[in-house]
Structure formats: structure tokens, C-alpha cells
Design a binder for this molecule. Structure first.
Ligand code: G3I
Length: 384
């Protein structure tokens, strides 16, 4: 892009350069452009090819999207418009979990999931479901009902009913979420969840087989947290996850991808590019695809000043995605939300009580440096 040759590639410089160039190209005063460009000015995006994240990702054979609860998409038109402009895949956050789907032991409520599927279909983009088997987000009745005698029936009926309901319409399912917990000190690193307690370690393989039987078209994903950093606990998670994936594949389990949640930490410099790159290559060598499924950057410990904080968040995204996207088995990048107005982090408070800023768009749906960082990572990624 001509602008790059004129200015250094720093995110802030490029954006300012763009505003000045746009003002001269359009005859508008720089101030007017300045105030408008960040509102995702369609003219700016078209004129300078500042396409949306959806288009930047697609240009390299990748998919970018976001996980957003139905209740937010349904009530906030600006959120929905920003989503449609920027996202090439919709993922569920809370609406396809047990507590949303199962109001009572013998009733399924698909209303929110169906709404999301209709929304995705209307935009002609894929829809991914999160999550069929987890140790959290149970409905209130669950703990009092689950026991050794009904655990297998409860789990398999849930998976079969839900995957059958959406069969043929899903991009992918997080079949099992967060089954690894090194602190439970098992030799296989498995988390001792209720499912594990009553069904043993093979509950994971069983879950994938039931999902595949009822929706042979969906990509079936194992989703895990805390796999990214050069910390002892996360190195153990990577090792246990690889062992689990290798065991599943060696038994012919219908599993197609690893989901790496990627809730990044803004204030720590603990990413070892080689260790992360080697882990991704090991996963890919099992014949699995890789999806980034819950990307955001917690800024709780970052400075109050917004320009400084946004720049640090952007640098963490750029650092992470530059390593991730080198691995061609990586197909998809999904942020856990799109705008700071709707992030799960807002329920926790910074010491200075300043609103958190973990996502690509600010709370007025304007692109931030985080948006630029993700866009730049897609632009620099090898084409799939
Ligand atoms: O919708 C109800 C609302 O009606 C009620 O008034 C309110 C107060 O009880 O609760 C609302 O539901 C909450 C829901 O989020 C929607 O906001 C649930 O209590 C709350 O538990 C739920 O938290 C979600 C959590 O998963 C558990 O499902 C978070 O938003 C969501 O970001 C989080 O996401 C997880 C991923 O699934 C797995 N990876 C980690 C990630 C972050 O924890």
C-alpha cells in the first residue's frame, strides 16, 4: 500500500497518515476526517482498501468472527451492523450451553440458538456451537439429578438431541471444553469433572462419537484454555493436550480440530514464540486443524491512559497472531466478543474502575489499535 512506503509501519502512524492522505484526497478538512475515519468510514475503507477484518482474513483463506450472545445482537443494531461488516463467522457464547438449552431435565429450549443460526444464515456466514460437554454452565436442576446411573444417558442424550437439531447447519462444535487440569495431578492431566467421575476418561471419546453420529457434517473440536504462554502450568497443559489428542486420533475418534481459547494477558511478556510454534506444529502433525476460539486481551493491570493501554493490547495481539498465523493448520480466528461494550471482562473491575478495553472495537463500535493489529496480522499472514 502506497501509504506504507511513505510512513513507518507503526499502527498509530499509519492511521494518522491515512487521515491526512484522506483529507487531501477528498478536500475535507483533516479535523472532519480525523473525527470520522475511526467510525469505520465506509469511504475510507473502500478508498484505501481498509477492508473489514472479514475481508482481510478471507484474502488469506482465513475466517475471522466473534462469539456474541443473542441478547446483545438482538437489541443493539450498531453491534449487529459492526458484526455484519467485520465478521465472517458467528460463534455462540452462552446460548448453546447446558444452562441455556435445558430449562428442565426433560425440556430443550433451542430458541436462542435458533435465533443465532437464522442471523448467521441471513448473513450467509457459518455458525459454530459452544459447547456440548463442559464442567460449568449447568442448569440449577443438574447437580441434584446427575448420578452414576444416569450420567451416560444424560450426556449422550444431550449431545445427540442438540447435534441432531442443528445437523448439517453447523460450521463446527466445541464438543468438549477444558477437560485438562494439571492441578488435579492425574498422569493423563484430565480434570476430574462430574462427567469424568461417573464415566471415566473415555467420556471424551464417547462425546465425539455421539456428535459425529448425529451431525457428520460439523467440524468437531476439542477446545482448551491456557495453552499459549511460557509458564510451567501452560507447558504441562500443552503436553497433556497433545497426549489427549494423540490418544483420540489413535483410536479413530472423529475429531477434526483443536480450539485454542487465547484469553491473552496484556501486562505479562511470557510468550515464547518457538515453544508456541512447536506446539502448533505438533498439533498439525496429528492431522488436526487449529482454531483460535476466544481471543481477547485482559487489560486489568495496564495503565489507565487509553492510548497507552490500547497500544499495549494491540502489541500483544500482533505478537500472538504473528506466531499463530504462520501455522497453516490455523483456519479461524474468533474474538470473544467484538466491542468493549459487551465483554465478559466488564463484570470484573480494574483497580482504577476504568472500563476495560479487550476487544477490536471500542464501546462506540469504533475500530481501535486492536482492530489494526488483527487486520495487520491477517495482511501479513501466509495465504492458505
Ligand atoms: O442471562 C442471565 C441473566 O438473565 C441473569 O440476570 C444474570 C445474573 O445471574 O446471569 C445471566 O447469565 C450469565 C451469562 O454469562 C450471560 O451473561 C451467567 O450467569 C454467567 O454465568 C455467564 O457467564 C459466561 C460463562 O462463560 C459461563 O457460561 C460468560 O459470559 C462467558 O464469557 C464465559 O465464557 C467462557 C467460555 O464459555 C469457555 N472459556 C472461558 C470463557 C470465559 O470464562
Amino acid at each position: 500500500m502506497v501509504l506504507d512506503s511513505m510512513f513507518s509501519n507503526s499502527l498509530i502512524t499509519r492511521r494518522n497518515a491515512l487521515k491526512i492522505a484522506l483529507a487531501s484526497a477528498t478536500g475535507m478538512g483533516v479535523k472532519k476526517v480525523w473525527d470520522n475515519l475511526d467510525s469505520e468510514d465506509v469511504f475510507a475503507q473502500e478508498y484505501f482498501g481498509l477492508n473489514s477484518l472479514k475481508q482481510r482474513a478471507a484474502a488469506k483463506g482465513l475466517i475471522y468472527g466473534a462469539a456474541i450472545p443473542k441478547d446483545y445482537l438482538a437489541i443493539d443494531k450498531k453491534l449487529a451492523d459492526s458484526f455484519v461488516r467485520n465478521c465472517g463467522i458467528l460463534a455462540s457464547d452462552t446460548d448453546l450451553k447446558w444452562d441455556a438449552l435445558r430449562p428442565t431435565p426433560d425440556k430443550f429450549d433451542f430458541s436462542k440458538g435458533d435465533w443465532l443460526l437464522r442471523f448467521a444464515k441471513k448473513q450467509n456466514i457459518p455458525f459454530r456451537g459452544h459447547t456440548l460437554v463442559w464442567y460449568q454452565a449447568f442448569p440449577k436442576w443438574f447437580e441434584g439429578v446427575l448420578n452414576r446411573n444416569n450420567a451416560e444417558k444424560l450426556m449422550t442424550e444431550h449431545i445427540a438431541t442438540v447435534t441432531k437439531h442443528y445437523a448439517g447447519q453447523m460450521h463446527s462444535w466445541d464438543v468438549v471444553n477444558e477437560a485438562i487440569e494439571p492441578y488435579h495431578r492425574r498422569s493423563d492431566g484430565l480434570r476430574e469433572t462430574s462427567w469424568f467421575k461417573f464415566l471415566g476418561p473415555d467420556y471424551i471419546e464417547l462425546a465425539f462419537r455421539i456428535a459425529a453420529e448425529n451431525d457428520p457434517k460439523a467440524l468437531l473440536v476439542y477446545n482448551e484454555a491456557s495453552l499459549v504462554y511460557d509458564l510451567r502450568s501452560q507447558e504441562m497443559r500443552r503436553d497433556f493436550t497433545l497426549k489427549l489428542l494423540d490418544k483420540l486420533k489413535s483410536k479413530g475418534t472423529p475429531i477434526h480440530a483443536l480450539g485454542i481459547q487465547s484469553h491473552l494477558t496484556g501486562h505479562l511478556n511470557i510468550l515464547d514464540a518457538k515453544k508456541l510454534r512447536d506446539f502448533l506444529a505438533d498439533v498439525a502433525s496429528l492431522g488436526l486443524k487449529i482454531m483460535i476460539t476466544e481471543l481477547d486481551v485482559n487489560d486489568f493491570e495496564l495503565p489507565f491512559d487509553i492510548a497507552t493501554r490500547d497500544s499495549l493490547v494491540a502489541s500483544k495481539l500482533e505478537e500472538f497472531l504473528s506466531v499463530i498465523l504462520e501455522e497453516r493448520a490455523v483456519t479461524t480466528v474468533i474474538t470473544w466478543g467484538l466491542s468493549d461494550r459487551y465483554t465478559w471482562y466488564s463484570r470484573y473491575k480494574r483497580a482504577d474502575s476504568a472500563p476495560v478495553r479487550p476487544l477490536p472495537l471500542d464501546s462506540d463500535f469504533k475500530p481501535k489499535l486492536a482492530w489494526d493489529a488483527i487486520a495487520k496480522a491477517f495482511d501479513n499472514a501466509p495465504k492458505r
